[in-house]
Design a protein around this ligand. Structure first.
Ligand SMILES: *Cc1c(COP(=O)(O)O)cnc(C)c1O
Length: 406
């Protein structure tokens, strides 16, 4: 797996972390702040920085690289497709795109139709347009919810710091407290197009709703003919131990009218998908939405490879088992700065008793573990589904030292 070749286009450049970070700050918009590391290579659960430092990747590039880095099947799929036919636009079809759509429909609903995008936010834009086509003016979203940064996705995203600099946003959106079925029931009426919910709120800190909430949301939306739109961009595609939460063995199977996917869908190759079932599948008509890159055959074949490997290697079950191992191991530490661990499968939040999560994440990085702090009291772990027991245990062993250092 070693590769001595200089990546194309970088020949001769000084690529030390310090130099690249300086150039980054000069040339990149400051949206992401100063990067903490410059990475140059990854294999499996490991990545290396430009100065040779090695890390255990417990974040998967934000729940994306489910099969780890440079997975042979994904690499082969991308290489073979780009070398055969890399792009045709949506004037035309490719077998890869149709096959991936069929697989996704199989996880969701036999009546579902698929619209492919390049990202999660765009998948939600597509769903937003489906919702608008009901002709109903209102959309109910959740407090604490995150759905992306384009204007439509931002309109259903709750965080004021993300929204306010860009107002006015598309209208008709109202927020109710996440997990509050009574509040949802009061908000939904015959003028509601859709209710959009994350089965677990990832960016909000791996917040899980009370048991029964998704089923209640299904019942309420059905009663009023509103669409139930589950944003499974972070939770879906095996991350939580099943393909989707909507027809799940690990979640309560509720069914939905719309599901949006991205992140883990093609193991790191950019792709998103909006799936709509039943009458919702027919709402976007010819010419009413479009994309140049969406459904690109390289991304689609990468997605098919990811699905095949997850099935072949039993990684849904592994996600359940290892997520439990992580939760049990961290809980058993009995550390006074750990309150509890929440989440499903390999999407886990370690909830701390103090606002030290960013400092702990920094200490972890220095110690060779990639995690992040979606909020000041929560550490997020979303390791590749291929991670091993020993790697999980290694992090658990290191955690007390990281917590004490912060
Ligand atoms: C990451 C995320 C998005 C946005 O996806 P992008 O690919 O970053 O546009 C939307 N919804 C949820 C739940 C997410 O976790």
């Amino acid at each position: 797996m070693e590769c001595d070749m200089e990546p194309t286009g970088l020949a001769g450049a000084d690529a030390s972390q310090g130099v690249v970070t300086g150039r980054y700050s000069d040339v990149m918009m400051p949206t992401f702040g100063t990067p903490k590391r410059v990475f140059v290579r990854g294999v499996g659960t490991r990545v290396w920085d430009a100065d040779g430092g090695e890390y255990l990747d417990l974040l998967s590039g934000l729940a994306v690289t489910s099969l780890g880095h440079a997975h042979p099947e994904v690499t082969a799929a991308v290489n073979s497709q780009i070398a055969t036919l890399g792009h045709v636009s949506n004037f035309f079809a490719t077998p890869a795109q149709v096959s991936l759509a069929e697989r996704l429909r199989g996880f969701f609903d036999p009546s579902a139709r698929v619209f492919f995008t390049n990202s999660g936010t765009e998948a939600n834009e597509a769903a937003f347009k489906v919702a608008r086509r009901t002709g109903r003016p209102r959309i109910i979203a959740m407090e604490g919810g995150f759905h992306g940064r384009t204007m439509g996705a931002l309109a259903i995203t709750h965080k004021p710091a993300y929204r306010e600099p860009f107002e006015p946003l598309p209208g008709g959106v109202e927020f109710v407290p996440y997990g509050d079925a009574e509040a949802l029931r009061s908000a939904v009426g015959p003028d509601v197009a859709a209710v959009v919910i994350e089965p677990i709120q990832g960016e909000n800190g791996i917040v899980t709703p009370p048991e029964g909430f998704l089923a209640e949301a299904r019942a309420i939306t059905r009663e009023h003919g509103a669409l139930l739109w589950l944003d499974e961009i972070q939770t879906g595609m095996g991350r939580c131990g099943d393909w989707l939460s909507s027809g799940s063995e690990v979640f309560e199977p509720v069914g939905a009218d719309i599901v949006t996917l991205a992140k883990g869908l093609a193991g790191g190759f950019p792709i998103g998908a909006c799936l709509a079932a039943g009458p919702a599948a027919e709402l976007l008509g010819a010419g009413q939405h479009g994309t140049t890159f969406g459904g690109n055959p390289v991304a689609a074949l990468a997605g098919l490879a990811v699905i095949d490997v997850i099935e072949r290697d039993g990684l849904l079950q592994r996600a359940v088992e290892l997520g439990q191992r992580l939760t049990d191991g961290v809980s058993a530490l009995g550390h006074d700065r750990v309150d509890h661990v929440r989440g499903q499968g390999l999407l886990r939040g370690i909830v701390l008793t103090e606002e030290i999560a960013p400092a702990v994440a920094d200490a972890a990085l220095d110690a060779g573990f990639i995690i992040n702090a979606p909020r000041p009291t929560v550490l997020r772990l979303a390791p590749p589904l291929i991670i091993g027991e020993a790697e999980i245990d290694g992090f658990i062993d290191a955690l007390p030292g990281l917590l004490d250092a912060a």
